[in-house]
Design a protein around this ligand. Structure first.
Ligand code: ZN
Length: 528
């Protein structure tokens, strides 16, 4: 049979994209592990070149024509066409505007990587800030540190707003109301559905969260010896109150003396997976100039998958290492016979679901016994960790609701009083009041994702919702929600990883769980 012109197009186009994206990913890796300025330039150039490959109006028109061609029947070809149309569509903005956005994002990324606030003449890393918020008993000093963590927002807000304007300009040139709406549609997410599932989850978990916040404030009030109303967000253990502040040093003591890499390796081994090659390629420890967060990157969609971490001996870093390895095993689990364009997750949501499910294991009794070992002495702490999971989930879900609501409103109207919008969202969902002295600040801009990973955060909560659905499915299959069995590993590989992007994320959910995504399993697990 003669080749369809689309196949001919693919045979020329795909090798170009394959090469360019591999180069880009390597530049990203050098930049993120060193903060090097040349790498930042190189990354910006390659990013622009890659986007330009998707910037040809003639090709875009052809893709749309092929999309209507009834002789193109092969589902894998049709899916590649669908992916390309969406990729081209978001790059159909004027090349100058595109270039401008890429350059500004690169500059912003570098400023984020290099910023360290100073308190009393001492430069602080993010890990040091978290460490102080975890252990400091003096509320005055906590407040100082918390305020220092917001400084970056004040400095970078104008740059971020500039980007928001440019992103909206691009979206409007494409016929969308704003950048948020465009991103959702290009990611195959129905905005109305998203709003509904999140509002519904917020309502159904409100009472459970109210209990959690009461418990937290009660304990904080006792610990610091002041009335609840005087506490302030600096009483929490992190700058955004996005993580469980209770029992932190207790739970960290579980990880004392544990080699987190080795523990993670043997954990995944119980699923029938060898993560040693990933760990060998990864960059695991803190260094000046290095990105202070954590991520996983698939360099070539072959075998080169790496993670970046800043590991310390805390339960949070145990969770994070397991999380990033969750992404990595997903990326290594695609059917290698799939065409290059389909060797990716259909959306960030399912790979987050895998990563979040792996991260949950750092708190679940059964898995934790494997990870840190069991002893008489550890028993009460293991139980404490297990019961903290519900609290953690409720707290984190509220944080995602804040981020998602704020972002949708930010792109709808960037001119409004954003600091007010930020704190009123925090009050509504997190039930935390704006402390005095924050009027006129830009606290929203201190969150990395607002500037540099826009319209992404909602994937975390959808991922948690899907993770609960998968756990429910695993219980039916293996009798346990735990991942530490070869049966669980096999199920995830075959059902979740293997299809790659050969189907839309909503179809993948049905492929794995036999039903569309809904929050019932998450509510049953965490909001009862
Ligand atoms: Zn992740």
């Amino acid at each position: 049979m003669a080749q369809h012109p689309f196949e001919q197009f693919l045979s020329v186009f795909v090798p170009k994209v394959t090469q360019k994206s591999r180069q880009l990913n390597k530049a990203v890796w050098i930049l993120e592990t060193t903060g090097n300025a040349d790498a930042a330039d190189l990354k910006a150039e390659l990013d622009a070149e890659l986007r330009l490959l998707y910037n040809d109006r003639k090709t875009y028109k052809k893709l749309l024509e092929w999309d209507k061609d009834p002789s193109l029947k092969d589902p894998l070809l049709k899916r590649q066409l669908n992916i390309l149309i969406r990729s081209y569509k978001q790059n159909m903005i004027p090349p100058e505007l595109l270039e401008n956005i890429v350059q500004k994002e690169a500059a912003l990324a570098q400023d984020y990587a290099n910023f360290r606030p100073q308190v009393d003449g001492k430069v602080l890393t993010e890990n040091e800030i978290l460490e102080i918020l975890k252990n400091e008993t003096d509320l005055v000093r906590r407040k100082k540190i918390w305020e220092a963590s917001k400084e970056i927002g004040q400095i970078l807000a104008p740059q971020i707003l500039d980007l928001v304007r440019l992103r909206n300009q691009a979206a409007q040139a494409m016929g969308y109301a704003d950048f948020f709406q465009m991103q959702l549609e290009l990611q195959e997410v129905d905005g109305k559905w998203l709003k509904k599932i999140f509002n519904d989850l917020a309502d159904r978990s409100d009472a459970a969260y109210a209990k959690v916040i009461a418990e937290i404030e009660e304990k904080q009030s006792k610990m610091f010896g002041i009335p609840k109303k005087d506490l302030g967000p600096w009483a929490w253990g992190d700058p955004f109150s996005q993580e469980d502040p209770l029992d932190r040093s207790d739970l960290d003591s579980l990880v004392a003396g544990i080699d987190i890499n080795a523990a993670s390796h043997s954990f995944y081994q119980k699923m029938g997976l060898d993560v040693r090659p990933i760990l060998e390629r990864s960059d695991m420890y803190e260094r000046p100039g290095k990105n202070q967060h954590a991520f996983c990157i698939n360099i070539d969609r072959e075998n080169d998958v790496r993670t970046l971490n800043n590991v310390q001996n805390t339960i949070k870093w145990m969770e994070t290492v397991l999380h990033e390895l969750g992404h990595a095993i997903y990326d290594l689990g695609f059917d290698q016979k799939l065409p290059w364009l389909l060797r990716e997750p259909p959306h960030m949501m399912p790979t987050e679901a895998m990563a979040l499910m792996a991260g949950r294991q750092a708190y679940r009794y059964e898995a934790l016994c494997h990870l840190v070992g069991h002893s008489e002495k550890k028993e009460p702490l293991l139980k404490k960790a297990d019961s903290s999971l519900q609290r953690r989930q409720l707290i984190f879900s509220r944080w995602v609701l804040v981020m998602t609501f704020f972002e949708s409103e930010l792109y709808k109207d960037p001119q409004q009083d954003l600091n007010h919008l930020w704190w009123s969202s925090v009050e509504k969902y997190q039930k935390i009041r704006m402390p005095p002295g924050r009027e006129g600040k830009n606290d929203w801009a201190a969150k990395y994702h607002i500037g540099l990973a826009p319209v992404y955060y909602f994937s975390y909560l959808l991922g948690e919702i899907f993770a609960s659905v998968i756990e429910e499915t695993l219980i039916k299959l293996t009798g346990s929600a735990g991942l530490t069995s070869e049966k669980a590993g096999k199920f995830l590989r075959q059902k979740l990883f293997y299809p790659g992007n050969s189907m839309a994320w909503s179809q993948l959910v049905e492929h794995v769980a036999g039903q569309p995504l809904c929050s019932g399993a998450w509510i049953a697990q965490f909001a009862r």
